[in-house]
Design a protein around this ligand. Structure first.
Ligand code: SF4
Ligand code: SF4
Length: 293
């Protein structure tokens, strides 16, 4: 499968706006939303059919069998996540603190603790004419990287080997981003022209380059800070990173986005610019080699 991943160093840069427009411009038959903490690609893609929903099980959680517990306190001393407490005469596991590492079960002299499967999220798959894979992480769950891997596997399972897919990644440089980079042919970073946007872009560029992935950059709302936008272009030139284009701040685009519309279906300046950027990106994409982590 050939995959183009759209990333940003932080939330709110317009990553999903670019991803959804690219999906429509490409008429992509496969796409995924790997922003499992705050998925919103489905709000723009308007899939008609009912999705297949399944539970995602994370690391599991410790459960204490109080009928076996002798209150020795060994578990509480060995839990480095401070997830066990002693309340009202009993040892209890705090659901949101437990990382499922299993140390307490290992040290308990009474085998009173077991790691039980725990639903950490919900996977959602549309697989009719188009394959769209997405998921939502459950509040307090910390296995977002593994969930992202599952989202991508679900997409790949239902596509031809040489299908083209567009993947909307998650913001930042954490586990879900690293998981989303695996297997992609190219990463397009959507940058924001501001001091923090510049710094966030450099962090994500270095992260992607650290994995040897091919990378390109574009700037959204470039005219809100032309000096910073030029600085980003200069950074790309200096570091031999292909620059795909600029998108203007466009009031009619903002209105369309608020109505849940893909910019590929809107007649406005930003839409034309993204269309050009899409063509540039595909030219760059077609010269790339796949990245395996
Ligand atoms: S280690 Fe086992 S027996 Fe000891 S307090 Fe914890 S659960 Fe109870
Ligand atoms: S499984 Fe690990 S994190 Fe959870 S309570 Fe036991 S030791 Fe603590």
């Amino acid at each position: 499968m050939r995959q183009l991943l759209i990333l940003s160093g932080k939330g709110g840069t317009g990553k999903t706006t670019v991803a959804s427009a690219f999906i429509d411009f490409a008429d992509a038959r496969a796409f995924a939303d790997c922003d499992v903490d705050a998925p919103n690609l489905h709000l723009v893609m308007h899939m008609q059919e009912k999705p297949e929903i399944s539970d995602y099980y994370g690391m599991g959680k410790a459960k204490i069998d109080h009928s076996k517990c002798i209150s020795c306190g060994i578990c509480i001393k060995n839990c480095r996540f401070d997830a066990i407490s002693f309340k009202e005469g009993a040892y209890i596991v705090e659901e949101y603190g437990c990382e499922g590492c299993g140390v307490c079960a290992y040290v308990c002299p009474q085998t009173a603790i077991a790691i039980k499967p725990d639903v950490a999220g919900e996977l959602c798959l549309y697989k009719n004419a188009k394959v769209f894979s997405t998921a939502t992480l459950k509040m307090g769950s910390g296995t977002s990287g593994k969930l992202v891997t599952q989202v991508k596997k679900n997409m790949q399972k239902h596509c031809d080997k040489d299908a083209f897919a567009i993947v909307d990644g998650s913001p930042g440089i954490g586990c879900p981003v690293i998981a989303s980079i695996s297997g992609v042919d190219m990463v397009l970073v959507v940058a924001e022209p501001s001091i923090s946007g510049m710094s966030d872009m450099e962090r994500i560029v270095k992260t992607v380059q650290g994995f040897g992935a091919k990378i390109a950059v574009c700037v959204n709302k470039y005219d809100t800070n032309i000096d910073k936008a030029l600085e980003i272009e200069e950074y790309c030139k200096k570091n031999h990173i292909p620059f795909m284009g600029r998108i203007s701040y466009d009031k009619s685009a903002a209105e369309a986005i608020n109505k849940g519309m893909s910019l590929a279906k809107v007649d406005c300046r930003a839409s034309e610019e993204i269309d050009r950027m899409y063509l540039n990106t595909m030219e760059c994409f077609n010269e790339t080699k796949k990245i395996h982590l």
